[in-house]
Design a binder for this molecule. Structure first.
Ligand SMILES: [Ca+2]
Ligand SMILES: [Ca+2]
Length: 195
């Protein structure tokens, strides 16, 4: 009787131990699934943010007047900002009417894309279009070499180049996820100015 109950107790302990192992495994599987989901959603949201920001910049560049854009850097030189005015049409005397100057630039700490109206004046308005801007474009290092082989040297996470009537916009976003992984996403567009 004692032997039987002793065995039963042992069986119970083994059963509990097995259950504990299975339960721990189940928790581990759930945790890694959550982490994978967390990383996937962080990557998707960064991609989404990069695309939306590139679209906003592209529309602004598309509407800009060729005569007003500044600066006009050609590869391998780039600009981290783009200043322009929208062409509103022609007045009664036949002169082109421009809207107030606008600028797309990095914030002072170089982590945000800012849109500004009347930049550098007391009337300046600014809107942040994106956070998480990478210090340099993906694959680029500060070393006077074109590391990522895109024809531009040491370009920042937001970089503009101009060739004739085409403006190339490059953007890299980067952030660290909750589990410490660094994720990066880059977008590029070439916009031909119509004016
Ligand atoms: Ca480069
Ligand atoms: Ca470099």
């Amino acid at each position: 009787m004692n032997r039987v109950s002793g065995l039963s107790a042992l069986e119970l302990i083994i059963a509990m131990a097995l259950f504990a192992v299975v339960a721990v495994k189940a928790v581990l599987v759930m945790n890694s699934a959550n982490e994978a989901y967390g990383n996937d959603s962080a990557i998707m949201s960064l991609e989404d943010q990069a695309r939306k920001t590139l679209d906003q910049i592209s529309y602004a560049v598309l509407g800009s007047d060729r005569e007003t854009i500044f600066p006009v850097p050609a590869s391998p030189i780039y600009s981290p900002y783009f200043r322009y005015s929208l062409n509103l049409g022609i007045d009664a005397d036949g002169n082109i009417v421009y809207d107030d100057p606008e600028e797309i630039a990095l914030s002072e700490d170089e982590t945000q894309v800012l849109w500004k109206k009347n930049p550098g004046t007391p009337e300046e308005q600014r809107v942040a279009w994106s956070n998480n801007v990478r210090q340099f474009l993906e694959g680029e290092l500060l070393n006077a070499i074109d590391d990522n082989e895109n024809g531009v040297i040491d370009e920042t996470g937001l970089a503009f180049t101009v060739h004739k009537d085409a403006v190339t916009i490059r953007l890299s976003l980067e952030r660290t996820t909750s589990d410490g992984e660094t994720i990066t996403h880059s977008e590029e567009a070439e916009i031909t100015i119509r004016n």
